[in-house]
Every structure is written in structure tokens, then in C-alpha cells.
Design a protein around this ligand. Structure first.
Ligand code: GS8
Length: 215
């Protein structure tokens, strides 16, 4: 069977979320790299797959999906019987807690961390100036979120319990970029969050995404 196709860029955070999931589940894929700099993601062919003109997109036979978290969930569910058990589908309580913490990533963690990565990393790449007032406000918000994580990770090794799940995995790409900025101190100053980060980011799946991107 033809492998699934992912349209994206190897190191865009949302593409990396999907690729990490495919590798963790042992699913073969083909990455079709789009050049965002020349607007390939705004061309009609891509807009037919992703109406918001963004990456990533996954194609699996006649099924086309966008939104990286939805794609990762689909992959984790379709391949539930192979690779790492990311959804705990066989245990209704555990799977409910996985859903809670995947929502926490998207609703609480992602807004401030994506603003910080934009201000402290992306703007510099495009010759724009960091707005320190935004950094201060978003750091304060993110710190409060991380206080909740520190308490949670003091009780459990991972977010949904004492097992690695999609909830942990969805955090990896943005945190990877944050760790390249001065705001890494927000993670490093919380010992359980720091240990969790070192654990999840060193998994072979994400290390392979990085190695492939730098190849
Ligand atoms: C966000 C996609 C996105 O922002 C998802 O798939 O999770 N919620 C969506 N993609 C970015 C690249 S990502 O890191 C993108 O396509 N940016 C170009 C643009 O918006 O024009």
C-alpha cells in the first residue's frame, strides 16, 4: 500500500508533531516538502487540501486531513495496535485523562508558548524586533501554566498518568523551539517539568525527526 503522504516542512512545529507521531507508531510515510517562502502553501492545489493555506496536511488514500493534533490523533487511533499505545483506548478512564491533557496542551500551553517562540525566535529570523512587553506578559502566563504542570508531574511521571501518551507527545515541537530561547529558564527552573522535558524529547521518534530535518 502507498505510504501516507505528509505535506509540510520537516522542522515546522506542526509538521514535526505529525511526523513524531507517525514514527512513534511505526508508520511509513512520505514527506512532501512545501516551500513556504515562495507561497506554495497558498496555491490552489494546496488550498484544496488545507483551506486555511497552512501546513501540515496528511493524505491517507482518499482521506485528506489537516490540523496537526487531529492528524496525530487519527494516526494514533488507526494504528492503535502497533507501536506505542498513545491513546490508552482500551481503558476508558485512562483515555479520558489523555484527552484532558491533550486539550490542556492546545488550550493552555500552546497559546503562551507559541507567542514566546514567535517573539524570541521567529521574529529574529525575519529581521523583526522582539516586543519585550509581550515577552513579559506571555512569560507570566506560561509560568502559571507550568506551575500546574510542575504539581501534576510531581505526582505522575507523565501528564495523563505513569505512562507516555499523545498528551505528552503533542508538547514536543514547540517546547523544542522554546528551549532555544532565554525563556527555556521557565522549564529549567521547575525540576519535574525539566525532567519530563528531557525524557520526552529524548525519545527516538523525535530524535529521528530532528536527524531527518538536518540530513
Ligand atoms: C496550525 C498550522 C500552522 O500554523 C495545526 O496544524 O496544528 N493549528 C494548525 N502552520 C504554520 C506552520 S507551523 O508551524 C503555517 O502553515 N504557517 C504559514 C501560514 O499560516 O501562512
Amino acid at each position: 500500500m502507498a505510504p501516507v503522504k505528509v505535506y509540510g516542512m520537516p522542522l515546522s512545529s506542526c509538521t514535526a508533531r505529525v511526523l513524531t507521531c507517525l514514527i512513534e507508531k511505526g508508520v511509513e510515510y512520505e514527506l512532501v516538502t512545501l516551500n513556504l517562502a515562495v507561497g506554495e502553501h497558498k496555491q490552489p492545489g494546496h488550498l484544496a487540501k488545507q483551506p486555511f493555506g497552512q501546513i501540515p496536511v496528511l493524505e491517507d488514500g482518499d482521506l485528506t486531513l489537516f490540523e496537526s493534533r487531529a492528524i496525530a490523533k487519527y494516526v494514533a487511533y488507526k494504528y492503535k495496535d502497533q507501536g506505542t499505545n498513545l491513546l490508552r483506548h482500551e481503558n476508558v478512564k485512562e483515555s479520558a485523562v489523555v484527552v484532558v491533557w491533550t486539550e490542556v496542551e492546545s488550550q493552555q500551553y500552546n497559546p503562551p508558548i507559541s507567542s514566546l517562540v514567535y517573539e524570541l525566535l521567529i521574529k529574529g529570523m525575519y529581521g523583526m524586533t522582539t516586543d519585550q512587553a509581550v515577552v513579559d506578559a506571555e512569560s507570566a502566563k506560561f509560568g502559571k501554566v507550568l506551575d500546574v504542570y510542575e504539581a501534576r508531574l510531581t505526582e505522575n511521571k507523565y501528564l495523563a498518568g505513569n505512562f507516555y501518551s499523545l498528551a505528552d507527545q503533542n508538547h514536543i515541537p514547540y517546547t523544542y523551539f522554546l528551549m532555544k530561547t532565554p525563556a527555556a529558564s521557565l522549564i529549567n527552573s521547575r525540576p519535574h517539568v525539566k525532567a519530563w522535558w528531557e525524557d520526552i524529547s529524548s525519545r527516538p521518534s523525535f530524535q529521528k525527526v530532528l536527524a531527518n530535518a538536518n540530513a
